[in-house]
Design a protein around this ligand. Structure first.
Ligand SMILES: *[C@@H]1O[C@H](CO)[C@@H](O)[C@H](O)[C@H]1NC(C)=O
Ligand SMILES: *[C@@H]1O[C@H](CO)[C@@H](O)[C@H](O)[C@H]1NC(C)=O
Ligand SMILES: *[C@@H]1O[C@H](CO)[C@@H](O)[C@H](O)[C@H]1NC(C)=O
Length: 260
């Protein structure tokens, strides 16, 4: 029990008769009653019970706007939205730098042959070879000839040597194969009391004569020539008309001295 209530109860029980006496004095039907002296003033009554809730007052005026609050924390990331519409085509970009050269391609086909080049300058003369080409021949007749009725090539049927194959056995001509300088010699023996007169020929030209006189019974004739020849030159022996040769004594020889 708290202190204020205890004091209140003590005061209430102290003067119960005084309260009753006061009530008695106020009675209307008792004008003749003797009156006592007014009693002492009674103790103040107990406080009344709390009244009911009053009606709400009028709404007050709107308050001033408060200060801006602190920024709240970042919320969680939202769900990804749907794809948007296709954008417009952008402008053409700036041309990029050249890239590095690519790897070498496969080798191409052989091209067509070009035209012949210009003729080059003449080179220096080379040194002499160790030895000249092996060209040398000796041929002779084994049969008599003539007297011939016209200019006649002397044929030689016996081949003693023909190194280099430059003496042609079918035509009885020496045919040059290598440009160079050549040495030739002819020797003839005439038939008894006949002339043996002829020429060493270069192609169709008479180069060198030989003569065996009929007055010498068996006249002999011979000659020698050194000629510069080029390929396809022919060197041969021609017998004049009315000349004749004895067998076994006429020969034709030649060899190269040096090539060009
Ligand atoms: C050749 O001439 C000589 C002298 O003149 C003569 O003796 C000889 O009989 C002649 N021979 C021929 C085959 O004619
Ligand atoms: C041989 O001589 C001819 C005529 O001068 C010349 O055309 C040719 O080229 C020569 N040949 C050689 C291999 O020197
Ligand atoms: C042929 O040669 C002989 C002997 O040398 C001679 O006697 C004769 O007259 C010559 N004939 C002609 C046509 O030259």
């Amino acid at each position: 029990m708290n202190l204020p209530l205890a004091l209140f109860l003590a005061f209430f029980n102290l003067l119960p008769d005084a309260h009753t006496a006061t009530y008695y004095v106020k009675g209307d039907n008792c004008n003749n009653c003797c009156r006592g002296l007014p009693g002492p003033q009674g103790v103040p009554g107990l406080p009344g019970l709390h009244g009911g809730r009053g009606q709400d007052g009028n709404t007050g005026p709107k308050g001033e706007k408060g200060e801006t609050g602190l920024i709240g924390q970042t919320g969680p990331q939202g769900v990804a939205g749907e794809d948007g519409n296709k954008g417009h085509r952008g402008r053409k970009g700036v041309k990029g730098e050249c890239g590095p050269p690519g790897a070498a391609g496969p080798k191409g086909d052989l091209g067509p042959q070009g035209p012949p080049g210009d003729k080059g300058q003449k080179g220096y003369k080379g040194e002499k070879g160790a030895r000249p080409p092996r060209i040398a021949f000796t041929v002779s007749r084994s049969e008599p000839l003539g007297p011939v009725m016209q200019k006649t090539p002397v044929t030689f049927d016996k081949i003693h040597t023909n190194q280099g194959d430059s003496f042609d056995v079918y035509s009885s001509h020496f045919i040059c194969k290598i440009n160079g300088t050549y040495f030739f010699t002819v020797h003839v023996l005439s038939a008894e009391n006949r002339t043996a007169y002829g020429w060493i020929m270069l192609n169709n030209d008479h180069q060198m004569a030989f003569h065996g006189d009929a007055q010498a019974f068996h006249g002999t004739g011979s000659n020698t020539i050194i000629l510069h020849l080029v390929r396809e030159d022919h060197v041969w022996v021609q017998l004049n008309e009315n000349s004749s040769l004895l067998n076994h004594f006429s020969s034709f020889s030649g060899h190269i001295l040096f090539e060009d």
